[in-house]
Design a protein around this ligand. Structure first.
Ligand code: AHR
Length: 499
């Protein structure tokens, strides 16, 4: 079986916002403590308390934006607990996630320092569920007000005289669930109230983000858009790829069978329908697409690793996760008119992590490698890529075997990202390259692939290089036809350049 595609390089489809490659770090398990923050006195080499190995790996993939401090933790977090001398900060129990000790050593100053070291924008998620309007308003003032005020004086006394730039502000998280179990009508009113006090000070202009729906809760989207759209810059969507059969048994991250492989990818592809249908509702209230859809929690959620702390959500990450990342990022590209940001859950040691750590050891997961390979799409222009994929059939069910998207960067290089979802068969794809004028003869094509021989191939601390990108050359350019042979279970990025 074969698939065919047409790439129209001169048909531009708008920017692929680099924020689609955003990240999320919550006070959950070892996501921040151990995973990022080890403290200045740690034997693990660090920069002002942030571990150097993780920092270097994250810098490489050009993180555009980082969301913090939650998740559900956001609506339980009181920011004043996390400022001032670290030794006097409150020690408490993280009631939400595994009863871990939260010593508040990673707070506002540490987060802003991390963003500076990563060169990324800050996305702070404020507390609506258990916080007050005043608390949120004062946090914004503490962070961004440059004049004289109690909050700016307190910030200066804590070592930061200059205000920071904070670009993104979330007004609550999952307020339909852990963030207060609210009805959409009630939250819409609270959203309108709280966001009023998320003020712009000086040059700092905050992008205000409303809490959007869980998965297919179209009713929540409808009410929020109807009641509060004129007060928001973006609204969120949360969707996790969960295998089931239920929350008590979500399937394992490794050691799964081909049915589970197929179902996981089928679930991941559901993101397309969710974005399409939520966008259709948004279009009714916002036909000019002023408001962004921010998918600020997405990724796989399996049973935690045997022996890991319950509630820490620590899971391995295999070539299957790489496929989930690849198809999801391709879906976000296709919806670049509405999807302005996305934040995979989560960056280190939690859920579909890019990085896992154990003591002083660190490994890069297959998902990390996909983010590294796909970073060429950040802020590139999407180009039209139409294709007909052969079907991937399994036990009487069908999904497309190939997922793809393409963009052109500022230097004119074209990048095509291709996933072959099929666990057993190659996929032969012929791409008709159009709109690249008569230059085809002078084109150079190169590629990188992430593939594996086992459906649950993954990296371990003992063998960290089991699944790593390799040069790819299973293609031939015949005139304007690029013929590519995609191995099973693979993620490939092709680069087409003029020589
Ligand atoms: O990412 C883990 C949790 O999943 C987040 O805290 C919450 O927002 C979601 O339910």
């Amino acid at each position: 079986m074969a698939s065919s595609a047409v790439l129209n390089a001169d048909l531009r489809k708008g920017l692929i916002h680099k924020e689609i490659y955003g990240h999320f770090s919550e006070h959950l398990g070892r996501g921040i403590y151990e995973g990022i923050w080890v403290g200045e006195d740690s034997p693990i080499p660090n920069t002002k308390g942030i571990r150097n190995d993780v920092l270097k790996a994250l810098q490489r993939i050009k993180i555009p934006v980082l969301r913090w401090p939650g998740g559900c933790f956001a609506d339980d977090y009181h920011w004043e607990d996390g400022i001032g001398p670290r030794e006097t900060r409150k020690r408490m129990i993280n009631k939400l996630w595994g009863g871990a000790i939260e010593n508040n050593h990673f707070g506002t100053h540490e987060f802003m320092m991390l963003c500076e070291l990563l060169g990324c924008d800050a996305y702070i998620n404020g507390n609506v569920g258990s916080g007050t309007v005043r608390e949120m308003s004062e946090w914004v003032e503490y962070l961004t007000f440059g004049g004289e005020s109690p909050m700016s004086s307190m910030r200066a006394a804590n070592g930061q005289a200059e205000p920071w730039t904070v670009k993104y502000w979330g007004v609550g998280n999952e307020n339909w669930g852990c963030g207060g179990n609210m009805r959409p009508e009630y939250y819409a009113d609270l959203y309108r109230q709280y966001q009023t006090y998320v003020r712009n000070y000086g040059e700092n202009k905050i992008h205000r983000i409303a809490c959007g729906p869980n998965g297919n809760d179209y009713g929540w989207m409808e009410v929020l858009m109807r009641e509060a759209s004129s007060f928001m810059d973006s609204i969120t969507l949360h969707y996790y790829t969960i295998l089931g059969p239920n929350w008590e048994n979500k399937g394992d991250a490794t050691g799964f069978n081909t049915d589970e492989w197929f179902t996981t990818l089928e679930q991941a592809l559901h993101m397309d329908e969710l974005i399409t249908r939520h966008s259709a509702i948004m279009d009714q209230y916002d036909p000019d697409k002023r408001i962004g859809l921010i998918v600020d929690e997405w990724g796989t959620w399996y049973n935690s690793e045997p022996g890991s702390m319950p509630g820490y959500l620590y899971q391995q990450n295999s070539i299957r996760d790489a496929l989930v990342a690849g198809v999801t990022l391709n879906i976000f590209h296709q919806h670049n008119d509405r999807v302005r940001m996305a934040n995979i859950a989560q960056m280190v040691n939690v859920l579909q992590a890019l990085i896992l750590t154990e003591g002083e050891r660190m490994l890069l997961t297959p998902t990390y490698h996909v983010f590294d390979m796909f970073k060429v799409h950040q802020d590139a222009e999407r180009v039209e890529f139409t294709f007909e994929s052969e079907a991937y059939r399994h036990n009487g069910r069908d999904i497309p075997a190939v997922s793809a998207s393409a963009s052109v960067d500022q230097e004119g290089a074209i990048h095509i990202s291709l996933c072959n979802l099929n666990h057993a068969d190659d996929s032969d794809l012929t791409i008709d390259l159009r709109g690249i004028d008569e230059r085809s003869e002078g084109l150079s094509v190169s590629g990188t692939i992430l593939a594996a021989a086992e459906i649950d191939a993954h990296n371990t601390f003992e063998h960290p290089d089991q699944v790593v990108p390799q040069p790819f050359n299973a293609f031939v350019l015949e005139g304007s036809k690029l013929k590519v042979q995609l191995p099973p279970m693979s993620v490939t990025v092709l680069e087409i350049k003029q020589q």
